[in-house]
Write a protein that binds this ligand. Structure first.
Ligand SMILES: [Zn+2]
Length: 715
């Protein structure tokens, strides 16, 4: 059986062109059976426990399991089908059950705990691994009564099934609610390359005359900012709003609502968190307390304090800005009252008028290839690496559009790993933008580290290069930052510490901080070049200084919207995971919203399709941690300061590269980060510095010139 299953062959890079849904269940069953044999040996071991004979092999039990799981995740996100979804549900259940066998075993837990006293002698990488596994023992119920242990297993199995239902409703809903149109009036204002991409969407469904917009966040957001036709904007906004609700149905007329799914997840997570006890008392009052105890901020109250401090300044600023935009729109025969489908469009027009910033003109200098090259150059200088596209087909891929890049050390030429980049939206691909660790470098370096980088750009077709918006350019740098975090992690001692295993608020720093480089004139100038001169031979076609300056001036305007959006999502998420009584998602969203006349203009995830917070994968989950985006933004404002004078300061680059090595820097995240900044700070001082930096970034500061930030990030 094992030889004809591509997942069980002795490969260097996964044979993605040969893998089919039916390969996953036998593969996971096989590796779990092997790991179970190893587990029994470990649990029955009688020698004195040491780090090497206990912690390392416990971690090793999951190496093959993780390897298969990561490949499956790639397919469930990038090549969605009912078959892959069914395989994913089975695999998740099997892994969850095996984790219970390992981490609920009392003999093994006892041996593991005995190693704790040896840790003062070990390296940070070892301490980090110990802490990671320690969280696993607790999380999987090692310290519960036998009854509690059984209950946690039941809950986890049910949560996996619920997430599977949630995803199915969401994915089907995005396809079903796609908006088809064929009136040329609707496309006025939409750039040509985007229009041809929408035509491609329609053609994929067999229509050659109209256009199709998928009811997916990134595509809808891009169109809301530019489409002149108000009715069209309203239509696509509302279509996206139906996804996951009781207004969305599949072909057979079944409801695609996630309301009941979400409600059950809420009560199960609450119960699960409260199973944990300390000295006979409930240790975590609710799921938010449990989840945030493992983050960089460390507690619900610290996260809330940051959110409140920023809201207090940002909300009045937004109210003022909305009034200006409303006056501006009214004077130009715009809507008498701005609605959620108007704000982005009229904000753009306002920026164009007041700051002479034309976002469409700006895009003309940002073909995708320029932006990716810009990212490669920036990351290359910062981290001392080279990027080379591998075009010979050496690495099997899962879709013809995927590009592979080898990343090597500039000085030694040594391969750090490979990036698999999948830039375009298509049917059966998950929405949004994300990066993931597809494979970790194996100890003997036989298998290289592989990271994936995924966007949902509208494909203009015919091999044309799409023109990116400012937000999309930042997204390339953001996801590229996640990719670098994975690749630089290969320097770490334990393979399982490669990639984003630390808490989400820390992980998102490594992506968010790189967005800062797109705002530096020299950096942007080095890659922004007009699309009419792809060979870049004409120096006249570089981005004009005036346009850059206009972007700078415009980008602080209304930048508080980004923060408010992150806070709104964070607030909904924290309330959802608290002990507040839950009736419906709508009621919760309403009670968590800002008390302001302009609250409805701040876009936000709806619980019924808030996929971040519903994944049951504990390793990188965002449940109760959506506030991570705000925390990470604040960290990244602080984290850019060492580069303010020179975006490629050699000393700061060196320290940043060190920080990207997760094995060492994740043990005491706050201490490692303070050290990177060159100044020791207590957690309280850090929280204060973060709030201050965040406010500065949205232009609220009397002494310092403000740094610009984006206003539309989704992931
Ligand atoms: Zn991210």
């Amino acid at each position: 059986m094992t030889t004809d299953n591509p997942l069980l062959t002795n490969y260097e890079t996964p044979p993605l062109d040969k893998i089919k849904p039916e390969h996953f269940v036998p593969a996971i069953d096989h590796v779990i059976a092997e790991a179970t044999k190893e587990f029994h040996k470990l649990a029955e071991e009688k020698s004195t426990p040491t780090f090497q004979n206990t912690v390392v092999p416990i971690d090793g039990l999951f190496a093959d399991i993780e390897r298969i799981k990561q490949v499956l995740e790639l397919f469930t996100l990038s090549k969605q089908s009912p078959e892959f979804a069914a395989a994913a549900e089975h695999v998740s259940q099997e892994i969850s059950n095996f984790k219970k066998i390992v981490y609920q075993n009392q003999a093994l837990a006892g041996r593991f705990q005995k190693v704790a006293k040896l840790l003062s002698e070990t390296k940070d990488d070892d301490k980090t691994l110990y802490k990671k596994l320690s969280d696993e023992f607790e999380g999987e119920g090692a310290f519960l009564s036998p009854e509690g242990q059984r209950r946690i297993q039941q809950i986890d199995n049910r949560l996996i099934a619920l997430y599977s239902d949630f995803s199915k409703n969401l994915n089907t809903g995005q396809e079903k609610e796609a908006v088809y149109f064929n009136d040329p009036q609707d496309i006025v204002g939409i750039p040509e390359d985007v229009v041809s991409g929408l035509r491609e969407n329609a053609q994929q469904r067999g229509d050659d005359t109209g256009w199709l917009v998928k009811a997916e966040g990134e595509q809808v957001a891009k169109l809301l900012a530019v489409a002149d036709n108000r009715e069209f904007r309203k239509k696509i906004y509302e279509a996206q709003g139906r996804v996951g609700t009781d207004k969305s149905f599949d072909d057979e007329g079944n409801s695609l609502s996630n309301e009941l799914v979400v409600k059950e997840i809420q009560s199960l997570r609450y119960e699960r968190a409260r199973l944990h006890k300390q000295d006979g008392e409930i240790k975590y009052p609710d799921y938010a307390a449990y989840a945030l105890s493992r983050t960089m901020t460390g507690s619900v109250s610290t996260a809330k304090k940051l959110m409140e401090a920023v809201t207090a300044e940002a909300l009045p600023q937004f109210e003022k800005n909305v009034k200006n935009i409303q006056d501006f729109a009214s004077a130009r025969r715009g809507p008498p009252k701005l609605e959620p489908w108007d704000i982005s469009y009229w904000m753009n027009r306002y920026k164009q008028d007041k700051f002479k910033f034309d976002s469409r003109e700006f895009s003309e200098y940002l073909p995708l290839s320029n932006v990716t090259n810009g990212f490669f150059e920036t990351a290359g200088k910062l981290f001392n690496v080279n990027f080379t596209e591998e075009k010979t087909g050496k690495y099997p891929i899962y879709h013809e559009g995927v590009k592979t890049y080898e990343v090597t050390n500039k000085a030694t030429g040594k391969l750090l790993g490979i990036i698999y980049a999948d830039f375009f939206a298509r049917a059966n691909k998950d929405g949004g933008a994300w990066a993931s660790q597809l494979q970790r470098q194996s100890p003997e370096h036989k298998q290289p580290s592989i990271v994936t980088l995924n966007l949902n750009l509208i494909n203009p077709g015919d091999g044309k290069d799409p023109l990116l918006s400012q937000v999309e350019m930042e997204t390339v740098f953001h996801e590229g930052g996640h990719a670098m975090h994975g690749l630089l992690g290969t320097n770490t001692v334990h393979p399982s510490l490669q990639g984003p295993f630390a808490s989400s608020d820390y992980n998102e720093f490594f992506s968010t901080v790189l967005e800062n480089w797109t705002k530096q004139e020299d950096v942007l100038n080095s890659f922004a070049h007009h699309h009419s001169d792809p060979g870049k031979t004409d120096p006249e076609k570089k981005m004009p200084k005036k346009l850059f300056q206009a972007m700078k001036n415009a980008s602080t305007f209304c930048s508080e919207l980004w923060a408010l959006r992150a806070i709104k999502g964070g607030q909904i998420d924290l309330d959802f995971h608290s002990d507040k009584p839950y009736t419906t998602s709508e009621a919760l969203e309403k009670s968590a919203d800002f008390k302001s006349d302009v609250a409805n203009l701040i876009p936000s995830h709806k619980l019924n399709r808030f996929s971040h917070i519903f994944s049951p994968d504990c390793a990188i989950e965002y449940a109760a941690k959506y506030n991570s985006y705000l925390v990470a933004r604040a960290l990244s404002e602080l984290g850019y300061k060492p580069f303010e004078k020179n975006p490629f300061d050699p000393d700061a680059s060196q320290r940043l590269t060190e920080l990207y090595r997760p094995g060492a820097s994740s043990y005491d995240k706050m201490a490692a980060f303070s050290e990177y900044l060159g100044k020791k700070r207590t957690p309280e001082e850090m929280a204060e510095a973060m709030a201050e930096a965040m406010l500065q970034s949205i232009g609220i500061d009397k002494h310092q010139p403000a740094l610009a930030i984006a206003d539309g990030r989704r992931y």
